[in-house]
Design a protein around this ligand. Sequence first.
Ligand code: AGP
Length: 601
Amino acid sequence: MCGIVGYLGNSNTKEILLNGLKELEYRGYDSAGIAILDNGAFYSNKAIGKLHNLEEKTEAFNSKGFSLGIGHTRWATHGKPTEQNAHPHYGTDTYIVHNGIIENYQELKSELEKGGVRFNSQTDTEVFVHLFEFYQKSLGNYEAFQKTLKRVEGAYAILLITKNSETIYFAKEGSPLMLGLKDDEKFFASSDAAVLGLCNDVHFFEDGEFGYVDAKGFHIESSESKDIAFQHASLADDKISAQKEGYRFFMEKEIYEQSDVLADTLRGRVLDSGISLQELDGEFLDGINEIKLCACGTSYNSALVSSYLLERQAKVRCSVEIASEFRYKEPLLLKDTLFVVISQSGETADTLEALKMAKKAGLKTLAICNVDNSSIVRLADKSILTRAGVEKGVASTKAFATQVAVLWMFTLFIAQQKSTLTKDELKQELKTLRAIPKAAIVKDELHEKVKRLSKRYLHGHGFFFIGRDLFYPLALEGALKLKEISYLHAEGYPSGEMKHGPIALADPELFTIALLSENILFEKTKSNMEELGARDSTMCCVSSHFYDKADDFIKLTKYDHYMLEFYEMMVATQLLSMEIAVRLENDVDMPRNLAKSVTVE
Ligand code: AGP
């Protein structure tokens, strides 16, 4: 959820920390802080709100020569987003930044309070620093750090600095953390975005690893090994593509980028002879009779889309699970099931834990993910990367587009292995698949139209996005997008289900966004829309077929395949959410209460 950075070297530590935090701000942004050890003295500052507040507060400070520091951008879990609760947390002579949750903090806090320790914040993190200082009274720094690690339970990526030593102590369990090297400089980050362009020789810590870095070098160990080798992984330089490039928001840029990234997603995988997914070559899918897809949020919606495709085209039994539910329902996991997790970030805690459960039960696992080297990719048996590039808008757009594309390729890959489609049918599907980048191009007229009509949809008591078949998960995704950035109440519903209760809400103040496909269940969806219209719901129809009873109409291209309709409708609903949020003057890229990567349960 939060973002953490660390630096040790001769450059301007404050600048490196603040620049790194800027790259991670999308992960959490209710407060931020830094602590720097410069010539034996600490400098620390924190600020609530966006990072520029911290930048202003720290303007006057600059380190000279060798120094070390840690920084944090927060998304509150324990304690309100106040300056006191912002990281770094401190004791007498020690500072810490932490991403994750210390589950037994209450118990540790009571113990420390009984010993006379006074707490400055309501966070779980602060127990670590006091416990460390308690052990530091009788032990060396590193021993005290290790002893503290043994006492805490939960998930963490931790960086700790203490006054009597020019060293950064670190530990990783369940939350992402990496170390980068360049000459004598050492960089820490919870995600590579913070260090792109600064170093290109990195180690992605595994759960259970801990150690320290100082001017002389570094040491990494775990309970299994006293000396863990540095991985020497390299990073792609993606920085330029992560800028806004003239668009008003990252979300807008990412919507416009979808056509290009979809082409990247398909590249080398859709051949005249069929789908080629080298990641799945060999016997990996042998013996699989069922597929269980598991994810959260937008990634869950893409899973749901693919469940229609997998059963229809690949004739494979398929179920879809919300990861946070799956974890605790005591699911029945059978060995002939392939467990597929879908995640943009590859760090979502619920999805990661679900994957661990599936692995433990002996299932084959596959990750569909956007971030190489992420925890989920490293854990799954096989992975297919979605190739969406860095997604900065908290509201996911291009990640969804590419997830659906990968899942559709995966479906066709199975279909060709099992011969569930005829040669001609498969050829037709491949042709359509190649056409999706074109269907996802943002047309000027479409954007203009959506911009104009968005002003009608700013008030009212709620939205229903409705659709049938795989336009139902698209309706769910449309409603999720709108909720996230407009803060208006919106629900996605299967059109046919409205009459079983929700239609009671219909009146002119209820806005219905109807996704009317001409290729799938056209007449049935139209009847459902008529039922709503008869009850005076204000309606916007998104379709290639003109529907004269709607109050507004967003005209789409006429296609002969539902997946091409799907991609153009996806673009239309994304633009609609964005333009409504713009009119409401909301922060499109960093909506309130959200974080890009949800690394806590
Ligand atoms: C998408 O707009 C959301 N911000 C959110 O639902 C997201 O899809 C979810 O948290 C899962 O994230 P992941 O894909 O990185 O696992």
